[in-house]
Design a protein around this ligand. Structure first.
Ligand code: C5P
Length: 205
């Protein structure tokens, strides 16, 4: 069984994908982490994330980079969004994601293009979204709890810019796939969002 979870940043898709994996007893891949690793590697190499060649070279990042806490930062998220527009980068990460999806028993993958490109034949597809204001508020609380003091307006502007880039790129833009169920988490606490997600997956099985 393959479950595809797509949506913009801070929509709750990561929390939901993790909970679905636990509920259905499946392995989980956060595909954003792969793009974040490429973004981080470009930075470490002193390359330009907007240059396709530099970004492609960074796709051979060492595996240990995937557990670097720096991958979670907003700065790395921005770099990830910039390297992910290059078709060569997306192609280089495709096989790894499809192999994960194709393992016996199935898997849960979350990202931007799981239901549209990576696993269009997934058994269940969710498109998780939330208003920019709700997502900025979550991100702000998360950063505050880590002791980072950032203005909420700056976070909101950054999220909007990232959405714009992810939705309007030529290659694998963020969009709700055909047959994907929409889940708006703007007004839902995490447990309610998870319960709704489980119900929407079961409906598709
Ligand atoms: O989900 P996360 O915020 O970790 O993703 C970081 C960036 O990686 C996104 O803004 C997006 O540009 C890119 N990404 C992508 N395709 C995916 C997952 C992430 O383009 N499947």
């Amino acid at each position: 069984m393959i479950i595809a979870v797509d949506g913009p940043t801070a929509s709750g898709k990561g929390t939901i994908a993790k909970a679905l994996a636990a509920h259905f007893g499946l392995p989980h891949l956060d595909t954003g982490l792969l793009y974040r690793a490429v973004g981080r590697q470009v930075f470490l190499d002193g390359g330009n994330p907007d240059d396709g060649g530099d970004a492609l070279a960074a796709t051979s990042f060492p595996e240990a980079l995937l557990s670097d806490p720096e991958l979670r930062s907003e700065v790395t998220g921005g770099l990830a969004s910039r390297v992910s527009v290059h078709p060569s980068v997306r192609a280089a990460l495709l096989e790894r994601q499809q192999a994960f999806a194709g393992q016996p028993g199935g898997a849960v993958l979350d990202g931007r293009d799981i239901a549209t490109v990576i696993a269009p034949h997934a058994d269940a597809k969710l498109f998780v979204t939330a208003s920019v204001a709700a997502r900025a508020q979550r991100r702000w609380l998360e950063m505050k709890s880590r002791g980072e003091d950032v203005a909420r307006e700056a976070i909101e502007a950054d999220l909007a810019a990232r959405d714009e880039r992810d939705r309007n790129r030529a290659e694998a833009p963020l969009r709700q796939a055909e047959g994907a169920e929409l889940l708006d988490t703007s007004a839902l606490p995490p447990q309610a969002a998870i319960a709704a997600a489980i119900a929407l997956v079961e409906k598709q099985l």
